[in-house]
Design a protein around this ligand. Sequence first.
Ligand code: GMT
Length: 385
Amino acid sequence: MGTGHAEPASERHMRIGICCYPTAGGSGVVATELGKHLAERGHSVAFISYANPLRLGELPPRVCYHEVDQENHALLKQFPHSLSLTAKMVEVARTHKLQVMHVHYAIPFAAAAIMARQIAPELNLKVVTTLHGTDITLVGSSPSFKPVTQWSIEQSDAVTAVSRYLRDETYRQIPVKKDIQVVYNFIDPDRHEVRNPRCIPEKTSERQVTLMHISNFRPLKRTEDVVRIFARVRESMDARLVLVGDGPEYGRTRELVDSMGLSKVVRYVGVVDEVVPLLKAADVLLLPSETESFGLVALEAMASGVPVVASDVGGLPEVVEHGVTGFLAPVGDINAMAGYCLQLLEDCSSARRYATAARARASLFDYAKIIPQYERIYEQVLAGP
Ligand code: GMT
């Protein structure tokens, strides 16, 4: 597992609740992998979500999963999910004598956890909140939600953000004084097999390169840019595009592919649990998002030795090193991004160099370095009053 346990596991056994969205988003992936690693390191972990988190799979030792009821009430047509969540947190915390509730999203999880803490004062439950992005940049900063987000952050026992960008953006958008610690997202390097990068052999265009995009196809992922970048690349080399995921922009993206006459060279994979096997087939990962607080998929690609061409926004420059592990260009600059793809795939030796650098940089985000940071935060809050 990983590059070895660089730091020993916390000597203290802790009982930790982890609350996250179960869907195919980075926050759920990070929360699930965190819980599994914590359990491997000897802690007890109780997941709380409204459906089985995507990457949880079979429950490993010391891990349990509790589902939040989503039933509709006979009288109340729209039963308040936040209260069902709070009720479940109280129940699970009492059952497993949880010490820490680590929530992944301020809205609604931190608010629910703070209520749970008050409902069950005998547990002295500590609330750790990790901000992932959309909870601040989209939901949390809307005028009506801002006071709830502000209160949830202030009342948490500790708050973390997945990038410096997100920490700074939170301070910019929400009037909070709370210390927000940056704890980066992570990967397990051993799960990402290295392979020789494919590229176009000199003087022939026989071999096809693979551009890949992985997302939930929300408008901010700019999947139409992905198709346009791909079309530009194809003007210079034989290439195919693999689109992984699904979401609101899927139909529009498909329409664009068809209208550009590209349907024969675009493959749609849909939603997958695991991106690692797919990444083995990729030569470049495209992530031309409007914004990303971190861009977990960029890190996953780099860990697989796949360089990234992405937008120069949000936390992406903290992950992708421009000119070394991939390239960053202004949002919407399709020409620049296509040019960078060509540069990456220019010849075998440069493709190899970028792949090696990508993997080396990803190792800075090894879980063995990151999980102890969360353990220390739990220990700090538990040492408090
Ligand atoms: O990007 C999304 O649409 C999904 C979202 C989520 O809730 O999982 O991703 C956010 O959290 C990830 C894990 O920390 C980050 O890697 C993503 O950059 C972040 N998305 C945005 O900031 C838009």
